[in-house]
Write a protein that binds this ligand. Structure first.
Ligand code: IPM
Ligand code: MG
Length: 355
């Protein structure tokens, strides 16, 4: 079986954080093969396309994709279809059929002080499972009335809901067996179908406890009592918003990993792994970026694509351990800790893994 990883560093700090991640993965799992390609603004500058065909072909020929970040002010004025976010990120998701976005929001014990909820007596540990290739993001769009009326359509099929609910169920089985399915079924027809399908799946998977919550209530409950959540299952746009909200509860947005999963091929779950943070052009190239979100995304890759849970846990433990030692990049620096650069913290993690 091949162990091929397509590496797409992208723009800004994406380049630096992915370099550290590859360094760590090479030690954690020496049988991985890496091949690099351009994406985003870097690809646009090279060939006029934010997602070149050769990059897409490399992703298709790989078992997993490791992505840094795309975008930056340099490309903000391009027409929408050529901008890195719309021209690279959304087509990558669609073309590779990455329908399941898994975004854990977890407070690392050593960074508890950064969380606005540090006095609640527990640490947040929840996962948002967001449907990623359907709904209003990919529905029909139109302008009418000489451009003065705009339409975006939200559409979901039973098949799309079933397959994302299956992912949520399997994620919940690795955790506390509890799913909160989030919708707006008092208003939206897509939400009523969503609830119907999720209920049927729940009836067939009774080891997992499924409850429903309206999205506005969920936004409120995340602030009021985030410890009540294990897995939040939701559609594309609600998941976009709730995953940002949940991530901020940890106080360290820059530390969160994510996975966008497709279906299985050759017995493996194909996935694209990327830090939740963006390309941070203001600090790019200065060795100030925090590579931990990217490195933890690498750990998710070992877990979800390569079924190497122990490799993933070793990386997570090494990350915890360098933080316990007091090493901090500038974004999470606090008095009494030791300020280190992007590659210094990467080296420290490699040393933990090797030692
Ligand atoms: C995300 C981002 C993207 C999204 C944007 C950049 C298109 O916010 O990955 O959450 O809305 O999906
Ligand atoms: Mg978002």
């Amino acid at each position: 079986m091949s162990n091929k990883v397509a590496v797409l560093p992208g723009d800004g700090i994406g380049v630096e954080v992915i370099a550290e991640t590859v360094k760590v993965l090479k030690v954690a799992k020496p049988d991985l093969e890496f091949e690099e390609a351009l994406v985003g603004g870097a690809a646009y500058d090279d060939c006029g396309q934010p997602l070149p065909q050769s990059t897409l072909d490399l992703c298709r020929a790989s078992d997993a994709v490791l992505l840094g970040a795309v975008g930056g002010p340099k490309w903000d004025k391009l027409p929408a279809q050529l901008r890195p976010e719309i021209g690279a990120l959304l087509p990558l998701r669609a073309e590779l059929e990455l329908f399941a976005n898994v975004r854990p929001a977890k407070v690392l014990r050593s960074l508890l002080n950064a969380s606005p909820l540090k006095n609640t007596g527990g640490t947040i540990d929840l996962v948002v499972v967001r449907e990623l290739t359907g709904g209003i993001y990919f529905g029909h769009r139109e302008r009418q009335d000489n451009g003065n009326t705009a339409i975006d359509t939200c559409k979901y099929s039973r098949f799309e809901i079933e397959r994302i609910a299956e992912v949520a169920i399997s994620v919940a089985r690795r955790r506390n067996h509890q799913i909160t399915s989030v919708d707006k079924h008092n208003v939206l027809e897509t939400s009523r179908l969503w609830r119907e399908v999720v209920d049927e799946m729940a009836a067939n998977n009774q080891d997992v406890k499924v409850t429903h919550m309206l999205v506005d209530n969920c936004a409120m409950q995340l602030i009021r009592d985030p410890l009540q959540f294990d897995v939040i299952l939701t559609e594309n746009m609600f998941g976009d918003i709730l995953s940002d909200e949940a991530s901020m509860l940890t106080g360290s947005l820059g530390l969160l990993p994510s996975a966008s999963l497709g279906s299985s091929r050759n017995g493996r779950t194909f996935g694209l792994y990327e830090p939740v943070h963006g390309s941070a052009p203001d600090i790019a190239g200065q060795g100030r970026a925090n590579p931990l979100a990217a490195i933890l995304s690498g750990a998710m890759m070992l877990k979800y694509t390569f079924a190497d849970d122990s490799g993933a846990e070793r990386i997570e433990a090494a990350v915890d351990s360098v933080l316990e030692d007091g090493l901090r990049t500038a974004d999470v620096f606090e008095k009494g800790s030791r300020l280190v650069t992007t590659s210094e913290i990467g080296d420290a993690i490699v040393a933990k893994l090797a030692g």
